[in-house]
Design a protein around this ligand. Structure first.
Ligand code: MF3
Ligand code: CO
Ligand code: CO
Length: 255
């Protein structure tokens, strides 16, 4: 499948949608605390996105019923917001995908609910670092397999965590999920070569224990097979002439 190369005006549209997706994470962070329900977080994000002239891509996507994904503790990804309250010590991934002017921006981040123990903090630190090690492999003529290789070398070889294989990063633009598939367990020197103007996500899911997942009967919620914790972080990136541009940087990380 041919991978599309964004034009200058399309890249500007990608920048706008991705900046809004990152702004949603900044906005929702203060609402994440013990007692809040993921349904409330969903409503607040939905209203913010719509108020900013955008649409929440998950809503009705292949039947997904809500506007964001909320994945708590052993949930690997695609958790569905519900009426249950967050508990002190939980960890949660909030995954935001906006559509602005027909273009998708996709980013997710981990948040602590109240006080979180050291094991969970370490898992989250390693997950964030592994995302950035993957990002640093992005550039023109480089190979897509090197992204996942960098992630697995660090998160698995070095830290003995399970790197999820069942879900991948993806090309993004007018479509939510398109080619290329970006594995988080790639091999060095394999896969297609990246080209300037490509946009895709990198979104490693890192498990405390086994990498294996199961999907619940709701058809969406993926959990760890062993019930141990999972963490995820996601950015949308652009391949530039010299390397990469992270399109979903949060406000504090923008220059
Ligand atoms: N945002 C998720 C991703 O990173 C996809 C969510 S699809 C949904 O690819 F339907 F669950 F929302
Ligand atoms: Co994604
Ligand atoms: Co996402």
């Amino acid at each position: 499948m041919a991978i599309d190369i964004k034009s200058k005006p399309e890249i500007e549209k990608m920048r706008r949608t991705c900046r809004l997706a990152a702004d949603v994470l900044d906005m929702i962070e203060t609402h994440v605390r013990p007692g809040v329900t993921t349904l409330e977080l969903d409503r607040i994000c939905h209203e913010f996105i719509v108020r900013n002239g955008a649409y929440p891509a998950p809503l009705n996507y292949k039947g997904f019923p809500k506007s964001i994904c909320t994945s708590i503790n052993e949930v690997v990804c695609h958790g569905i917001p519900e009426a249950r309250a967050l508990l002190d010590g939980d960890i949660i991934n909030i995954d935001i995908t906006t559509i602005v002017d027909g273009y998708h921006g996709d980013t997710s981040e981990m948040f602590y609910v109240g006080e979180v123990d050291d094991a969970a903090r370490k898992l989250i630190d390693v997950t964030r670092r592994s995302l950035w090690l993957g990002i640093e492999e992005v550039g023109p003529d480089k190979r897509i397999g090197d992204i996942g290789a960098a992630i697995v070398e660090y998160a698995n070889r070095q830290h003995r965590y399970g790197v999820v294989e069942a879900f991948c990063g993806h090309g993004i633009g007018r479509e939510f999920h398109t080619a290329p598939q970006v594995s988080h367990v790639g091999r060095r020197g394999t896969g297609m070569r990246m080209r300037e103007g490509m946009t895709f996500t990198i979104e490693p899911m890192i498990n405390e224990g086994t990498a294996h997942c199961e999907v619940l009967d709701d058809g969406w919620t993926a959990i760890t097979r062993d019930g141990r914790l999972s963490a995820q972080a996601e950015h949308t990136v652009l391949v530039t002439a010299n390397g990469f541009e992270v399109l979903t940087l949060r406000a504090a990380a923008r220059q």
